[in-house]
Unconditional design. Structure first.
Length: 285
């Protein structure tokens, strides 16, 4: 199976390493730019990842300035720059992923999410996903079908040979809220049980009995990466924008929220038992 490289992760890694090299040489962005005859803004855009393409000749100029002489080290950065230019499978679903979430999920080693209102997107069935999109706003059925197709394609990360560890904490309200018909919900709940049986998926239900909890502010996702150069990310989705938070203190706060919320949630076994009860009660209605 061909590995899904993430252009955004590679660009982020390259930018972070170039910034480290500059700081090791005790150069400001202005001085580095002046030495190369570039405006300071160009250095800043490269280090922030805002400049999406970094030509090999420009990368060599930076590495020469920072006195990076190791052949293996230089080639690794050139490979990173080449991969950062590639387009992932999700590029054809650009309207479905305006924030580029699959860019990061593609190379994450661990994904942890808390979902308050609906089943997490990585665990949704096609029919459930379609109903969620219909409820969000009035859309042509053709557009809904494409959004569902994109969401199902995104779920492929859990089917990889070496998939990320996925921990989902789902509020009990999301399981009791009927999305679509009763049959759509039963199928969705049975699908949750199926996914929870996978070695890389841990499912926890946060029961109403837990009362107030650490994540009362809303849903969020945390992603960790195998390369130590790739810092963890917190992701928050809103109706008008997507936010990626990577400052160490911010990520630490979200990680603390996740840990405390997971502690308040039911164990995987008790979570499956509760899902069974919800399925049974829906059949009796």
């Amino acid at each position: 199976m061909q590995r899904s490289y993430s252009p955004s992760v590679r660009r982020r890694r390259l930018s972070a390493q170039l910034r480290r090299y500059r700081e090791q040489r005790k150069l400001t962005a202005a001085k580095a730019g002046a030495a190369l005859g570039w405006p300071q803004q160009k250095i800043s855009k490269i280090e922030s990842g805002e400049q999406k393409r970094l030509p090999a000749a420009e990368l060599d100029k930076l590495l020469d300035l920072y006195e990076v002489s190791g052949e293996v080290e230089r080639e690794a950065l050139h490979e990173c720059a080449r991969l950062a230019k590639e387009r992932g499978w999700w590029s054809k679903y650009k309207s479905a992923f305006p924030g580029g979430l699959p860019d990061f999920e593609a190379e994450a080693s661990a994904i942890r999410t808390y979902e308050a209102q609906v089943v997490p997107g990585l665990l949704q069935t096609p029919d459930y996903a379609a109903e969620v999109f219909r409820a969000y706003r009035l859309l042509p059925e053709g557009e809904i079908a494409k959004l569902v197709e994109a969401r199902m394609a995104r779920q492929g990360i859990l089917n990889k040979v070496d998939p990320p560890d996925f921990v989902a904490v789902i509020d009990e309200a999301a399981l009791l809220r009927k999305v679509g018909s009763a049959e759509v919900m039963r199928t969705q709940l049975r699908h949750l049980k199926h996914m929870a049986s996978r070695h890389n998926v841990d499912l926890h239900v946060l029961p109403f009995a837990a009362g107030a909890h650490a994540a009362t502010s809303g849903s969020f996702t945390l992603m960790e990466f195998p390369d130590p150069l790739d810092a963890s990310l917190a992701y928050v989705d809103t109706p008008t924008s997507t936010l990626y938070l990577e400052e160490e203190e911010e990520v630490r706060e979200f990680a603390s929220m996740m840990s405390r919320t997971q502690s308040d949630a039911l164990s995987p076994i008790r979570s499956l038992s509760l899902i069974d009860k919800i399925i049974e009660s829906s059949i009796e209605e």
